[in-house]
Ligand binder design. Structure first.
Ligand SMILES: [Zn+2]
Length: 438
C-alpha cells in the first residue's frame, strides 16, 4: 500500500512532465532586432522569405514593445512574459550612480523572474539560446550568449556545450578564428546546425545586423534593404533547417522583433539643463543630484534619494521650457511609468517627438542638429516603434491577420504550444492564431 502510495505520489509529481511535456514539439523563435512590420506587409520592401512565411502562417500588423523600447528589456520580456520592472532588465546598459557607464545587462543571473528556458528545461525539454540578450549562464543545452563588446574570450567562456565554439569555428563557419555574432548569416548557420543536430524543443535566436544599419541610416534607404535581404536569407537558412531536420510538422516557427525604428536628426541633451542649474557637477565622479539616463528615444530621470525638492525643481525646469524646445519630447509622468511597469527607481521619463532623440552629455547646447539616423526607446504607444510578428506551424492558421499584439503575448504563445506554464501572465495568446481558437 505504501509502495503504491509512493508510486501514486511520483505520478502526481512527475506526471506533468511525462504526460504533458511536449518532447515531440519544437519552438524555433527567431528574433530580428529592429524588425518593422512593413518589411513583410509593404510592396516597398523585398523580403521573399518573410513574405512567404507571413502568407503561410499568422502575422501581426504591429507589436507593442515595452518601456523603454530597447533590445535587452524587450528580449527579456519575450522570454519571461513580464515587464521590465518585474524582470529587472530595465535598460540595455545598467544605470550606475557613480559613473556614466554601468556596463550592459548580459548575465542570466540579472533576470529576476523565471524564463521559458527554465520551465522548458525543468520539463526535460532540450533548449538552445543563440546570441540572445542576457543569456550568459542561462539554463540551456546550447548557448552562444550576447555579451556585447566583451570580446571573443568571454564569448567562448560562456558558450556551451564545451566543444560548441570549436565546432562552430571549424565545421559550421569553415575555419574562422573568431565567431562574429554580428554576422546574421553566421548566426543563422549556427542555429541551423543546432536544429539539425540537436532538434531542440525550444530555441531562441537573435540577429542584430539590421538594427545597426537602421541606427546608422534611419528607416529608409538602400542600406536598410541590403540589411533586410541578409536577414531574409538568414531566416530562409533557419526555416530550411527545420524542414531538413524533418520536424516541420511539429514545429512552431516564430519570427519576432524587439522594437521598430524612428528617424532622427535633432539631438536633445536633457543633462545640459540639469548641469546649468548646478544639479550635475561631475558625472564621472558621481557628483550630481539629478541625472538623465538616455537611450535614443527616451531619457529616464534619476534623483539621488528621490529627494522631492529636487524632483519638483527638475519637473519645473522642463515644464517651463519654451514651446519651441518642448515640442521635441513629452513627459512620461510617474503614474504612466508605473502603469507600463518601467524601472521603479527612475522618477519620470522623456519620450522623443518630432525627429528628436536624446544624448547623454551634459555639455554643449540643449538642442542641436545631429547626423540623420534611426533610434528607438520611445514610449511604446509610438507607432514607428512597433515591431513585427509571424508564426508558422501546422497548428497555426494560414494568412491570419492578428492585427495588433504586445510583446507580452510572445511567452504565452510559446508556453501554450509546449504545454508549459510561467504562472499568471499579463499577455494572452492572440485570438485566431492557433487553429480551433476563436
Ligand atoms: Zn534591438
Amino acid at each position: 500500500m505504501r509502495k503504491l502510495g509512493l508510486l501514486f505520489t511520483l505520478i502526481l509529481v512527475l506526471g506533468p512532465y511525462f504526460v504533458y511535456a511536449q518532447a515531440d514539439k519544437h519552438v524555433i523563435m527567431v528574433s530580428v532586432d529592429g524588425l518593422r512590420p512593413e518589411f513583410y506587409l509593404s510592396n516597398k520592401w523585398h523580403a521573399p522569405n518573410l513574405k512567404q512565411l507571413k502568407k503561410k502562417g499568422a502575422f501581426a500588423e504591429g507589436v507593442v514593445s515595452v518601456f523603454p523600447s530597447v533590445t535587452f528589456p524587450s528580449h527579456t520580456t519575450m522570454v519571461t512574459g513580464v515587464s521590465p520592472a518585474e524582470h529587472g532588465i530595465y535598460y540595455n546598459a545598467v544605470f550606475s550612480y557613480d559613473s556614466t557607464n554601468g556596463g550592459i545587462y548580459w548575465n542570466f543571473k540579472q533576470i529576476k523572474k523565471k524564463t521559458l528556458w527554465d520551465v522548458a528545461r525543468k520539463a526535460g525539454l532540450k533548449t538552445a539560446a543563440i546570441v540572445w540578450p542576457v543569456s550568459a549562464g542561462a539554463p540551456v543545452d546550447y548557448n552562444i550568449p550576447d555579451i556585447g563588446h566583451m570580446g571573443n574570450d568571454v564569448l567562448e567562456k560562456y558558450s556551451y556545450p564545451s566543444d560548441f565554439t570549436a565546432t562552430i569555428k571549424k565545421e559550421i563557419l569553415g575555419g574562422v578564428d573568431k565567431i562574429d555574432v554580428g554576422d546574421d548569416i553566421a548566426v543563422a548557420k549556427i542555429g541551423a546546425w543546432v536544429i539539425k543536430n540537436a532538434k531542440p524543443n525550444l530555441m531562441t535566436l537573435h540577429m542584430f545586423g539590421l538594427d545597426h544599419i537602421e541606427h546608422a541610416n534611419g528607416r529608409e534607404g538602400e542600406a536598410v534593404q541590403r540589411g533586410l535581404s541578409k536577414i531574409d536569407s538568414s531566416v530562409g537558412i533557419i526555416w530550411n533547417a527545420v524542414k531538413e531536420a524533418g520536424i516541420e510538422k511539429n514545429t512552431l516557427f516564430l519570427i519576432v522583433g524587439d522594437h521598430g525604428f524612428y528617424d532622427t536628426d535633432i539631438s536633445v541633451r536633457p543633462n545640459v539643463i540639469l548641469a546649468k542649474e548646478g544639479l550635475i557637477r561631475d558625472i564621472n565622479k558621481g557628483d550630481w543630484d539629478a541625472r538623465f539616463h538616455t537611450m535614443g528615444g527616451s531619457a529616464f530621470l534619476f534623483v539621488k534619494n528621490n529627494d522631492p525638492k529636487i524632483i519638483g525643481k527638475v519637473r519645473d525646469l522642463f515644464d517651463k521650457l519654451p514651446d519651441n524646445d518642448k515640442k521635441y519630447f513629452r513627459i512620461i509622468d510617474p503614474m504612466k511609468m508605473k502603469q507600463v511597469k518601467a524601472d521603479p527607481n527612475a522618477v519620470f521619463a522623456l519620450s522623443a517627438l518630432n525627429n528628436a532623440s536624446f544624448a547623454a552629455t551634459e555639455k554643449g547646447d540643449f538642442i542641436t542638429q545631429r547626423k540623420k539616423g534611426g533610434v528607438h526607446g520611445h514610449f511604446p504607444d509610438t507607432k514607428e516603434i512597433q515591431t513585427g510578428f509571424i508564426a508558422v506551424g501546422k497548428s497555426v492558421r494560414s494568412n491570419a491577420n492578428l492585427k495588433e499584439m504586445r510583446l507580452y503575448d510572445i511567452a504565452p504563445i510559446v508556453l501554450k504550444y509546449l504545454n508549459l506554464s510561467l504562472g499568471k501572465l499579463k499577455g494572452t495568446v492572440p485570438e485566431g492564431l492557433f487553429k480551433g481558437d476563436k
